[in-house]
Design a protein. Structure first.
Length: 192
């Protein structure tokens, strides 16, 4: 089985994440999408993260209607900070029957050369890239690599940061969240 790994803190998961994940589930050669919850991204401050189990619950709630998309906590038990290369090695060992690919935004591809062992990742895994609007039009040398597939996916400009800020300011951002995620966040009074 060919599995697309969509990494993120999903803090919180929102409709933009679902639009992208569903697009790859329906319009690519990937059989399944695993939304891999990252407990600690080495490039992000940890203080603003909801507890791992609450973020996992939010992702489970969001994915109920999407049978081709699953939540994965594989990184919760790996040494932190998490590095994609270590997660991929662990997955390859644990699930040798599967082929793992990465799903990432164009913005992340531009910084891939800064990732730990990025050459190993690029050599051994296909990377599916979805478009992002960026202010800087910088040259990306990796875009023509044989394992890079730029996909004409919808451009979604919704961020978890925006949603957290909106909730803190008591704004109604319900349309940006799947209904069960909104209900859970509201009941738990998160991000306020």
């Amino acid at each position: 089985m060919k599995i697309g790994l969509y990494f993120g803190t999903f803090n919180p998961i929102h409709i933009g994440h679902l639009i992208i994940a569903n697009h790859f589930a329906e319009y690519s050669d990937l059989d399944k999408i695993w939304m891999v919850l990252t407990p600690h991204n080495p490039f992000k401050k940890k203080s603003s993260l909801l507890d791992n189990n609450h973020r996992y619950q939010l992702v489970l709630e969001a994915l109920e209607a999407y049978p081709k998309i699953e939540a994965s906590t594989i990184e919760f038990n790996l040494p932190q900070p998490n590095y994609t290369t270590n997660t991929l090695a662990h997955l390859k060992e644990k699930y040798p029957q599967h082929e793992f690919s990465l799903i990432m935004g164009e913005d992340n591809l531009k910084t891939l050369h800064k990732w730990k062992n990025y050459e190993v990742i690029l050599e051994n895994h296909e990377i599916y890239v979805y478009p992002r609007i960026s202010e800087k039009q910088e040259e990306n040398n990796l875009i023509n690599h044989a394992n890079i597939h730029v996909v004409d996916a919808p451009v979604v400009e919704i961020s978890s940061t925006f949603i957290r800020k909106a909730l803190k300011e008591d704004k109604n951002c319900r349309p940006l969240l799947p209904d069960p995620v909104w209900v859970y966040i509201d009941q738990m009074n998160f991000y306020r």
